[in-house]
Write a protein that binds this ligand. Sequence first.
Ligand SMILES: Cc1ncc(COP(=O)(O)O)c(C=O)c1O
Length: 383
Amino acid sequence: MSRPRIYLSVPHMSGLEQSYVADAFASNWLTSLGPNLDGFEREMEARLGGGVHTLAVSSGTAALHLVLRAAGVTAGDRVAVSTLTFAGSVWPIMYLGAAPVFLDSEDQSGNLDPELVEEYLRDAARRGTLPRVLVAVHLYGQHGDIDRIARACAQHGVTLVEDAAESLGATYRGRQTATTAPYAILSFNGNKIITTTGGGMVVARDPEAIARMKKWANQSREPAVEYLHREMGYNYRMSNVLAGIGRGQLRVLDERVQARRAVAARYAEGLGSLPGVSLQPEAEWGSHSRWLSVVYLDPAEVEVPPSEVVMAMEAENIEARPVWRPMHIQPMFAEAERVGGSVAERLYTTGLCLPSSSSLSVEDQECVMEAFRAAMTAGARSR
Ligand SMILES: Cc1ncc(COP(=O)(O)O)c(C=O)c1O
């Protein structure tokens, strides 16, 4: 096979990044201070709107660690979080010695089920086991139904955090992602809709909270001549070089969203008529960025499980992936508290993510669909 490998989601540079990076080199602002960092933060604030403040950091995981600490999470606290997510949503809970409580999904978007959140918080309030924080993850480029969740959190004094690592470019009732809760995080990991090759961002409504997190991210160095520390710190800052990549990427975010949505639309058209195959629907409350195109296989009509389709596509040198394995069925979290979980398990056992890069050519999209159809037919024949 001569065709190069088709990956799930690759970086897509615009060319604009290089001039920001060149500025960083020319001015020798190469490390953890500089105009690109300030520019990236201000430009992201303008892009998100809603009066938010930001702090560029080394990863989305680091951003969540800072945010949970700013929200007052300490050892022994509970932190509720979507079970259907990537482990990066959960590690920072563990870093702080807190206990995750995994909450189930609703089946439209795969994100937190607002009704279940309301019930869970009511019960937890009655039992005196309320979490300090609730982390709502917006999966695969689609927003969760955040208003109801925000109301329930406010009612019970639980701080809401949006994990928007996968949803930059998505909207919710006309607002940009990451602008509803007091705190949110973004990721610019290499596979995300825009990338700094690796990086993340804290988003917060309170500028004083941002100032505190900025200090923690800079080794908690006090503003003194000597190296004075009163609190625990981390080395979590983003470099001015990488922030330059972020600035160039942010300028083409809308184009990247459009391109990914076009990929999803082509998959819907080319695969949606296969019996039992459906593209993840777009919820009525917002616009999906289609960071990843998720396809569901109805086991009543499709005999091949998604894992076999992933392997068959791998044999064609195409990278597809199962939907996230829910956290409550991860060996690491076998002992953790959970609320429901069957919806997330169903989405995991019936869903897969198809190559979704904004740079994916129409020919490559055809190859993906051809391999997908062949996997369906071969699977059906072998049974
Ligand atoms: C939902 C979610 N949360 C958190 C993270 C962590 O971000 P990072 O890889 O930048 O640490 C990721 C992805 O990478 C993610 O997909």
